[in-house]
Design a protein around this ligand. Sequence first.
Ligand code: ADP
Ligand code: MG
Length: 558
Amino acid sequence: DVNDLEGLLRAIDGRGYGGYKRLSGEFALPGWRIGVDHVQADPYAPPSLVRVMVDAETAGLPDDLVDDRAGRIATADFLTRRLIETLHDHREISAGRVGQEVLERTHVAILPDRVEARLEVQLPAAGRRVKGRQAFRILSQELPDAAGRALLHRSLDAGALRSHVRLFRDQAWLRSRLPELGLVAFVGDGSVLPRRSGDSDLPLSDLPGSGAVPFTAPESLRVEVSLPGGRRLAGMGVPEGVTVIVGGGYHGKSTLLRALERGVYPHVGGDGREWVVTRRDAVAVRAEDGRSVTGTDISAFISQLPSGTRTERFSTTNASGSTSQAAGLAEAVDAGASALLIDEDTSATNFMIRDERMRRLIPADREPITPFVDRVRPLRRERGVSTVLVAGGSGAFFDVADHVIAMERYRPRDVTARARGIAGIESPAETATSVFGPAAERIPVDGCLPPVGRRRPVRARGLGVIQVDHETIDLSALSQLVDPAQTSAVARALDRISELLDGHLGIDDAVARIDAMIEAEGLDRLSGFRGHPGFLARPRIFEIRAALDRYRGLRLRR
Ligand code: ADP
Ligand code: MG
């Protein structure tokens, strides 16, 4: 108990830092339990992992907020934000970080019998010696103090908690309704899409004078919905099919697309994108030259390479702009994406279009690339995949678009009829082709990702890099990986997947099993430990699979 803790810390005070190892275990404080799951080896090592726990009854969270998974995710998110705020300038204790998205996380766990906060604690040192008295203050006072202010219902703003949960549930409900509504995404009127700066995800303020233009739906695409929470919303529905966003440079096209990319996740109130809601399985695809590709079927886009290389199972250690985009797109579709989000700014031009003159100069049989403009409708027809595409530089997509939306001074206008007039068509032409075969199973050879034990655990380095032994996996092109805690979770997922791969299991099945495990047993299970799992946030299957697809050590059977 607390006396043991005090006695122990007094005993090691002033001794070598390794003395802290004796803290491992659990301590009971009045009202709280503290679990020390990992003790750092020295003052410069990553911080120690500590849990602080309170029983459910004392925490007093209302049943109707925490009796379903969605409610627990939103409530835990609220508590996490409160805890981070409380510990804002604390030097030794950290509750992790959060962004504008509300994600399933491990930072705070709402369990049947208790509420538990997971923290990182920098155990204090004088040089390399234990500072026992300060450590005691941190663990016995400051930790429970912060937890008391952030985890107990009586110290929270109950109304704010309730609206946080309601907002989350309403967004999730709308997201789940999109397929029935025939929509890929919904953008609510009044949404503020632009961000404060290129390195800030906070909203460009909508105060008068800041210049942020709130979103307003064009009449022809206006959709109204009533939310279960009682609110009525109006906004723009982005229909299934092929939607092309056009408009002059700097008129807000990419900003709209980026908001749609992020709309696969719920956002906090006040973000400006609360009502930008995109299907969870919409995947952003871009060119990413230099990436490695292993056995991806890109034959719908690239065939008959001059080298004679077959493209049904295409591999390279150094993809070009167009092959990388073809691979990323094919992988997203094979993984089950129902919509693709593509911006001209990050696309390879020769992957997207080829103009008349070039078609005349270079005959089709000498051009390995069939541009996306010729494949976007077969993709829709054969695989049911919609596309939302920003294309301000070419009218080539007028021929294949179901809808053309023009951004004009940040306001969308439906210009479908005019675009069709210019293209001289009544409706987009379908060609009877069959280019997208069924997704081919890709089976890694046993040992190409050895289980932990034969290598060090996979490590996330920030948002965009994962380290597997000496290989790094570059995830910087994945715009829908939004939180470093998601990257950490992808790293843990790769460790778990390495335990499953046996030379028979396919990549998609392995990823699906991990996702099913998270769904059934919770995100904590990813860590492989009991106790503090680290700061993890749930990634989508697409980002887990994208990490595998970019792993340079990947080897497939055959
Ligand atoms: P485009 O892709 O059409 O060239 P961007 O989407 O990159 O244009 O936007 C250009 C600039 O306008 C960016 O700095 C962006 O933050 C800003 N912007 C975008 N939408 C709005 C808006 N609704 N209100 C105010 N500024 C905006
Ligand atoms: Mg742009």
